[in-house]
Structure formats: C-alpha cells, structure tokens
Ligand binder design. Structure first.
Ligand code: ADP
Ligand code: MG
Length: 257
C-alpha cells in the first residue's frame, strides 16, 4: 500500500462559535474529494464534527476510548459518506478526559502516541478542537505539524488571541518545537458590513501574510448543513460557502504542494 508523508493540521481557537468545526469538516471533505486519504479527528466533547458528518455518536467507539481506555486508534475509525474521508468520532464522555488525563504520565502526548499508528496511512489528518486551552487542546497541538486559526469577522475578533499565541509558544518550547501556524482563516465575513472589511484589515496587520487570501463568507447553507449530517459539498455544492471552502483547500494544497 502507498505510504504518505502525513500532515497533521489542528483547527484551533479557544473562542467558541468562530467556525472551527465548520472549517474542520469542510477542509477535510474537500481534501478527501481530491482522492487522497484524509482522517478527521474530533477532539471536542460537543462532538459537532462527528454529528455534522452524520455519525451516530452513541454507537461508535470514540476518541475517549483511545485516550482513556487505551483502545487502538485504528479500532475507533469510522467511514463517512465521502470516499477517502474517515473519522475518529467524539462523544460527551470526552469532557471527563480533561480531568482523567491529568494523572497520566505522558498526559500531553497521549494523542500523538495514538496517531503514530496511522502515520503514512493518510495524507492529511485534520483535528477539530474544543473551545478551551486545556489538556485536550494541548494534546492536539503536541500531535500536530501546524495549526489553522479561524477568526470570526466581528467586534473583538482579536480578543483572546494573545492567550492562544502564548500557548502555541509554550508548546513549541516544551513539547513540539516544529509546530507551525499553517494559516489564519477569516470566517463569517459579511460583504454588506463595513465593519467586516475593517476587521480584515486589523487581522492582516497583526498576522501579515499568514492570513489566507480566501475568506469564508457568512452563508446560511453552511449553518444548515450540519443538521442534515452533511458537509457542504454534499449538502449544497453550488453555495457560496462550498465555493469558499473549495478555494481555501486549493490554497492549502498549493502551500503544501
Ligand atoms: P466552533 O466550532 O468554533 O464553535 P462552529 O463551526 O460550530 O464554530 O460555528 C458556530 C455556528 O455558526 C454553527 O452553528 C455553524 O453552523 C455556524 N457557522 C459556521 N460558519 C458559518 C458561516 N460561514 N456562515 C454561517 N454560519 C456559520
Ligand atoms: Mg466546534
């Protein structure tokens, strides 16, 4: 079987509601339709990435079993409706892991260790993270090559980011010296608002060329798709949201080409 040089990308920001899960689902889906094997790992106890891909979160083995019950990651992989896209689902039990991990010897690198079993099997591993900077997120950043930071286009967009950047620095210093920022993604851009452009300028001033040229517009279809258990490419491929994520993935592929 073909072996890939696996790239592991976290989608992270400790703010809730900024588009992490929507981005993780749709980046993973558009990568997979290029017929390259992709694994999405859901590391959020809310399990929105799992349910958003139509996975029954109470029926399947989950990331919790991997982190806490020492079950091999391979045994917890589910298929999705998209060929080439697999998922390790989450469920609400994962909320307890934040505390259960504390007493473990290698508590920051449990996920990294688990992922090592499937390195080479996937070209991309995309990881959705919870809205916090606790041990679950630390595990994700320790296991990842890079991080995509979605920033919602609204007042206080940059608020809390220094905390995230500090965490990244600490992880680079102590746990994962090679962790990079893959890109900054502006989400829920509203073309009708002057404020939106103002915020884009602010974010670009701060992050410079790390900001993706592609921005994700506010688009109702993106909001509807999860309740149908589908990524946007299956729910409404001609929608603006679908076009946006397709363009974003082209940019990601170009950078990694
Ligand atoms: P997070 O994972 O950071 O909490 P989500 O991806 O779950 O954020 O997005 C928060 C809410 O906004 C969800 O209901 C989602 O469906 C919706 N949403 C996300 N991105 C968009 C968008 N570009 N346009 C409209 N609604 C969006
Ligand atoms: Mg989420």
């Amino acid at each position: 079987m073909k072996s890939f040089n696996t790239k592991i990308i976290a989608v992270s920001n400790q703010k809730g509601g900024v588009g992490k899960t929507t981005s993780a689902i749709n980046i993973a889906s558009f990568l997979a339709i290029t017929e390259t094997p992709v694994l999405l790992i859901d590391m959020d106890p809310q399990a929105n990435a799992s349910s958003g891909l139509g996975i029954d979160i109470n029926k399947n083995k989950s990331i919790y079993d991997i982190l806490i019950n020492n079950i091999s990651l391979k045994k917890c992989i589910s298929k999705t409706e998209i060929d080439f896209l697999d998922i390790v689902p989450s469920n609400s039990k994962l909320a307890g892991a934040e505390i259960e991990l504390v007493s473990m010897f290698t508590r920051e690198s449990v996920l990294k260790e688990a992922i090592s079993q499937v390195l080479g099997k996937y070209k991309y591993i995309i990881i959705d993270t919870p809205p916090s900077l606790g041990l679950l997120t630390i595990n994700v950043l320790t296991a990842s090559n890079s991080i995509i930071i979605p920033i919602q286009c609204e007042y206080y967009a940059l608020e809390g980011l220094s905390q995230l950047l500090n965490t990244i620095r600490l992880i680079q210093k102590n746990l994962n010296p090679d962790l990079k920022i893959e890109g900054i993604l502006i989400t829920m851009f509203d073309t009708r608002l002057n404020l939106s452009q103002q915020i884009v300028n602010e974010v670009k001033e701060y992050f410079d060329d790390k900001v993706y040229n592609t921005m994700i517009n506010r688009n109702v279809k993106l909001g509807e798709a999860p309740s149908h258990g589908k990524p946007i490419i299956l729910y409404d491929p001609s929608s603006t949201g679908s076009q946006n994520y397709m363009n974003l993935v082209s940019e990601i592929l170009n950078q990694n080409g």
